[in-house]
Design a binder for this molecule. Sequence first.
Ligand SMILES: *Cc1c(COP(=O)(O)O)cnc(C)c1O
Ligand SMILES: [Zn+2]
Length: 427
Amino acid sequence: MTISLDTDRARTRPRALPLRCRNCGREREGAPAAICDDCLGPLEPVYDPRRSLPDRATIAARPTSLWRYHEWLPLDGHPRYSPDTGWTPLVDAPRLAKRLGVARAWIKNDTVSHPSLSFKDRVVTTAINAAAAFDIGTIGCASTGNLANAVAAHAARAGLDSWIFIPHDLEVGKVIGTTVFGPHLVRVRGTYDDVNRLCAQVADRFGWGIVNVNLRSYYSEGSKTMAFEIAEQLGWRLPTAVIAPMAGGSLVTKLRKGFGEFVDAELVAGPLPRIFGAQASGCAPIARLVERGDDELVPEIPHTIARSIAIGNPADGRYAARVIRDSGGWAAHVSDEELVAGIRALAVDTGVFAETAGGTTVAAALALARAGRFTPEEEIVLCITGHGLKTVEVVGNTAANIPIIAPRLREVAALAAATAAPGVSAS
Ligand SMILES: *Cc1c(COP(=O)(O)O)cnc(C)c1O
Ligand SMILES: [Zn+2]
């Protein structure tokens, strides 16, 4: 019984691709390692350039999950876990386009990502299968909130143990959206950067698969699927611009990489979209680096309600700034008041309720539009990466002044009459 089960597991275990250092080019076999032994540069998966690639029709006939693009994901063979993440809606947003003064706008709506309502499901999906490839039974993360939700959910479903480390002061929605899955959750007195440093030591000491530390090379490739889906959902073409929130800075770089890989595979024609990045002013080391134009990231101590993207010393910060500038894009940062207004604007324009990172993205897009960074012909996709019910407290004041009445029709009639009265806005 045990033997047949083990054989079964071995048969369905995916193989993790080899890794290559982005700085010095040295290659090694696949491993739970994200940093080059020689030069400390970041390791990236190596794809066989001669592998056979599918055409549009083949991809289109596959199940609607991010695994439909498995030739561009860092695992060979069948995924053992999380087979059904990805393929979130691309929502046409004409009123937002009008606000931005551009031809077209769409929301890539990862607020409804399965199963944990943020784009972190994508990266955990590739990371947990890398853990399977290395036969690691305990996964973990250093998280600003959404990653904690995703690791806890994916690990619970897979039947794996999880150890999750967060800053002590996260939003209650993020904490409960983690604890419900029964992980080992640990609050750390310190910022995300302190938590991340601790997790690097934890990965070394316990041999766990910390998804954004020692499994990071496999984890971050999952972000590319957002670009692949955008291209396919637009009818196999590219937008002219994409804007996304930045935390560690990985997503914006992987959007660029994903679009590039689809152009290389001749699934879509160029030019590549310009990439724009959004941060909150209370933690904007990457946006400020883009604005300054030099190559030295200045770390910051976060002070913003946009906790999910509040990383003061972002791992991919310099690389992200370079990718943004090379793409012809730009970055913006917005105040906490502006990002809350962004959450509301998105909700009333599109019916999508985003958390603080989504409000940041909308507000940054509006700021970039005011600064003349978009053309009237622009076709822009806004990557909205997490659900608003995770951070309800920031829009709590929308629930002020809700009328309360007796269950009588005439009271409704009085309200309706007051709403319709001249000079009274129907907001
Ligand atoms: C993690 C996260 C991002 C971006 O993450 P990067 O570290 O820059 O890849 C964006 N939005 C939300 C809601 C996130 O949780
Ligand atoms: Zn190296």
